[in-house]
Design a protein around this ligand. Structure first.
Ligand code: SF4
Ligand code: SF4
Ligand code: FES
Length: 249
């Protein structure tokens, strides 16, 4: 079976090329990459950890779509590329230093413990967002980074919602305040992030939810201020919970 892999080395920027290898049938893409590294080309570079879809380290693009290499079977002639929106270090390995920065900027962590008594139903409410494995599939699929490298992005905003909805968090206001600039209002609601998430998280809906909570806390989309802001006294048809929604729901 043939597999095509995009090769690159930051030490040799002219090394940009697509190489083809022959590998065994019925393997996952990660098994095929390991087969190549062990038997054909020791210099091939990629990340992996758990090999069971848990650690999130093996994110790649297969024919242009973000996948986990350990959870995806290889098809004849597949093109394997590194994820987008990150600087490529070597072959399929990218710089992930943005990960910590965006999580810090959204303040997606517990600030102050509330006195509230929580039960298992409260935990269920944040279960889905808590399952994020930080694989970066959503980050790679997001078109906003073409125009704004500081966009907080889907995984950091989903994690922000996880803490805003966490009854243990007593200072939700700090999180809501931190996601206004380069945050919830910059999302185009295209839904790419939701389509590529291996954990079935829905960052697009989470962002719409955060917009609604932002409005409830007195914030509004700054880009609308040029048009006089959102006027509650007149029904413009604008939905402050979702903003412009090209998907029509
Ligand atoms: S829905 Fe928003 S966050 Fe998700 S990929 Fe589209 S623009 Fe990015
Ligand atoms: S939200 Fe989904 S796609 Fe994005 S980093 Fe988390 S697990 Fe990966
Ligand atoms: S190796 Fe851990 S998710 Fe693929």
């Amino acid at each position: 079976m043939k597999i095509n892999i995009k090769r690159f080395s930051s030490e040799n920027p002219n090394s940009n090329s697509i190489e083809q290898f022959d590998v065994k049938h019925n393997n996952t893409i990660l098994e095929s990459l390991q087969e190549i590294k062990n038997r054909q080309d020791h210099t091939l570079s990629f990340r992996c950890g758990c090999k069971t879809g848990v650690c999130g380290s093996c994110a790649i693009r297969v024919n242009g779509v973000e996948k986990l290499a350990c959870k995806t079977h290889l098809n004849e002639g597949d093109l394997i590329e590194p994820i987008k929106n990150s600087e490529v270090i070597k072959d399929l390995v990218v710089d992930l230093s943005h990960e910590e920065k965006f999580l810090k900027n959204t303040q997606a962590f517990l600030h102050k413990n509330s006195e509230e008594i929580i039960n298992s139903n409260d935990e269920k409410q944040i279960d889905r967002q808590s399952n994020c494995i930080l694989c970066q599939n959503c980050f790679s699929s997001c078109p906003v980074y073409e125009v704004n490298k500081e966009f907080l992005g889907p995984y950091a905003l989903t994690r922000a919602l996880r803490y805003v909805d966490d009854k243990k968090e007593a200072d939700k206001g700090s999180i809501i305040a931190s996601i206004q600039d380069n945050g919830v209002w910059d999302c185009t609601l295209c839904g790419n992030c939701t389509l590529v998430c291996p954990q079935f998280i829905d960052p697009k809906t989470d962002i719409m939810n955060l917009r609604m909570k932002s409005v409830q806390n007195g914030y509004e989309d700054k880009s609308l201020q040029a048009f006089g802001g959102f006027d509650n006294s007149f029904d413009t048809g604008f939905d402050p919970s979702g903003g412009f929604n090209p998907n029509g729901f």
